[in-house]
Design a protein around this ligand. Sequence first.
Ligand SMILES: CC(C)(COP(=O)(O)OP(=O)(O)OC[C@H]1O[C@@H](n2cnc3c(N)ncnc32)[C@H](O)[C@@H]1OP(=O)(O)O)[C@@H](O)C(=O)NCCC(=O)NCCS
Length: 296
Amino acid sequence: MSTLIRDMTRSDIDRVGEILYDAFTGVAAKYGYAPVMNCVQEGKAWAWAMSRYVSSEGIVAEVDGRVVGVVFLNKRGDVGGGGPMAIDPDFQGKTIAPQLMTAFLERGKSLSSIRVVQEAFNPTSFSFQYAYDFMPVADLLDLVLNGRARQCPDLQGKVSELTAQGLDELCSYDMPRSHFDRHTDLTYYVRWGKILVYQDAGEIRGYLACLPGTGAIQLGPLLARGEDVAECLFTHALALFNDRPCRTRVMARDGRFVRALMKLGFRLYCLSLLMVRGTWRPGHNIEAFGRFPEGV
Ligand SMILES: CC(C)(COP(=O)(O)OP(=O)(O)OC[C@H]1O[C@@H](n2cnc3c(N)ncnc32)[C@H](O)[C@@H]1OP(=O)(O)O)[C@@H](O)C(=O)NCCC(=O)NCCS
């Protein structure tokens, strides 16, 4: 079996979408978790979005002219994000994944760090990534809110919606704290979703990006100075997106903030691990993560 590793092109989008759907649905079903995608169309929409997004590079593995695996590298300044990575279930355990990973690491070799997120219920993926020096650095909680918030949330006076004019100021706030250059991501959120900014006495204290998706509203990335600011931003978002399902991924260490989200009606979907290859580590701010485009 000979494998060709090459750049993903637009003509691969549908096939890559099938692989994402089959691989992620398969692993969730194997461990008794609800699927994160309801139909193959959601996988294709994800593949389309990844392939069109400017800071994301897709690499595919092809066997006998058929694409059987994919991984994306998302460069953000000196730090990168990996994923999603998926292998057609019929080709798992057949050395395709190591070949894709080698190409991925070669592509990202100038980066000081690469981070990935993976569900803790997925031991194959964990041992695979660990074998390539991705170390677990934080426990994350994937939270879902299906429909109406339990409490009736109010819009918050100190929270406002960012416009394109405020992007540079927000990046200046974000970069020294996250150590990511997320200008491209934040521009995308302003265009296709909303960025909520918490300000006090004219100073930014936190922000939350909100992106409508095919199923749920994705809440994150979030970066906030303190749990009260983070809670305020989420409360405002739920008041805005009343009755819509929402998803987010927060740090398990931020216990008081997580409990505030539970009181609002969020439920735990699963434990995930933030894995890093390199020197980057999470800072002391409250953070949440989105699935796309910031992803990890
Ligand atoms: C995760 C995934 C991409 C891995 O592909 P795969 O073909 O199953 O992986 P492989 O069989 O080549 O590797 C997995 C195993 O080989 C080991 N391995 C692979 N390359 C290795 C290396 N170079 N050195 C040491 N061990 C290695 C791993 O530790 C792992 O061991 P295990 O037997 O304990 O599970 C695939 O299972 C998949 O698509 N899963 C669903 C989607 C997903 O979870 N994506 C990852 C999160 S974004």
